[in-house]
Each structure stands twice: as structure tokens, then as C-alpha cells.
Ligand binder design. Sequence first.
Ligand code: CA
Length: 234
Amino acid sequence: MAKPRILVVEDETGIAETICYVLETDGFDTQWCSSGADALEALQTGCFALAVLDVGLPDINGFDLFRQIHAKQDLPAIFLTARGGEIDRVVGLELGADDYISKPFSPRELSARVRTVLRRVGKTPSAGSNAIQKPLVIDGERRKISYYGRALELSRYEYGLLKTLISKPGRVFSREELLALVWDEPGECFDRTIDSHVKTLRAKLLGITPTFDPIITHRGVGYSLAEVLPAQAA
Ligand code: CA
């Protein structure tokens, strides 16, 4: 099944890049447009499963853009509204938006909402059916983890780190948590200890999937495992 394609309409580059990055690591294709005009053009040539629409665009209000889109096609949409934009929320839902999320927002949360909406409208398989593929398999007795059917050669701490991340895909583990969960004597370790082990672990994973990095870095916070891994090694 092809990846669902998400149209991201957002004029702030930083926010747009973050959204696209997170959606792509979660198994979506994205196309970014920084204005309403660009978005309407993209919709003429491309096929999308859903649109993420910023309400405050430079050339058009996100709601008006939604109306224009819906005059032509029934595209599910999630609005990005300004902080405390209660009126935006009401207007958006009255217009028939599928969901809304207020800025500032967690990109993970947005990605989860995208998945929920797509599942509701029947455009994506549930996370459960993706999980059948099991790209990562832990053999606890042998302290081994295989990735797309290939056994990883992991050090003790790399094994502990990956096993911890796998326990809750999508959950962000802080460095402190990882130290406490994986290291025997966390008091003697430093944040950079985690970073260097994640670096070597990541290199081993990338050795098998060079175009897909399943470990997501949350700058200044910690790490998580991508919630959705490709069905097959990239
Ligand atoms: Ca904006």
C-alpha cells in the first residue's frame, strides 16, 4: 500500500519542516505549501489523503482555503489554530474539519491525530495491522534483537536502550530515564554517555535501513522510537 500523502499548508518554515519530518518518520509522504495559492495548485496536480491547514496564512484565511478546497473535493483536514483560538476551533469544526490542534503543539500529537482521522475515513490501515510485520523482534532470553529479520550485534547498553525504546514506540524517553532504566550505576554516567551509545546503535540500524532512521532525537529532551516503521526494510 502506498504511503498516505499529506498536504501541509503552513507559512512558518520551522513549523512546516518539523511537521513534515515527524509525519515522514511516521510513514507518511508530505508536500509542503507555504500559501493558500500554492496549496490550491498542488491539489490540482497531486492526490492527497489529508490536509493540515494553518489558519493564519499570508494570502488567505485557512478556513476560506478549506471552503475552496471542499467546493472541489472532499479532503479530510486538520486545522492548526493559534493559541487560545476558541473561536477558530468552533469555526473549524462547524465548517466540517475533521480535527484541530492549537499552537504550540506536539508534532507527535499532530501525527497521531492525522493517523486517527485517516483511520476514521478509512484511508489507512490501523497501527495494529502494521504491527503484524514486526520489523523489530526482541529475543529476551538470548538478549538479541533482530531488525527486518537480521540479528543486530549490540553491546549491552545498546541492547538495553533499544529494548527500552521498543517498549513504547512514540514515547519520548529523557536521557535521565534512559540512564535510570538501562545503566547499572546511572550516577556515574552523563547525558553524553547516552548520546554516544545511541549514536552507535543508530549506525547499526542504519546499516540495515540506510534511508530510514527509526530513532527520533528530541533535541534537549531525549529519544523515542518511530511509532510506525516501514513494512519492509528501505
Ligand atoms: Ca501562520
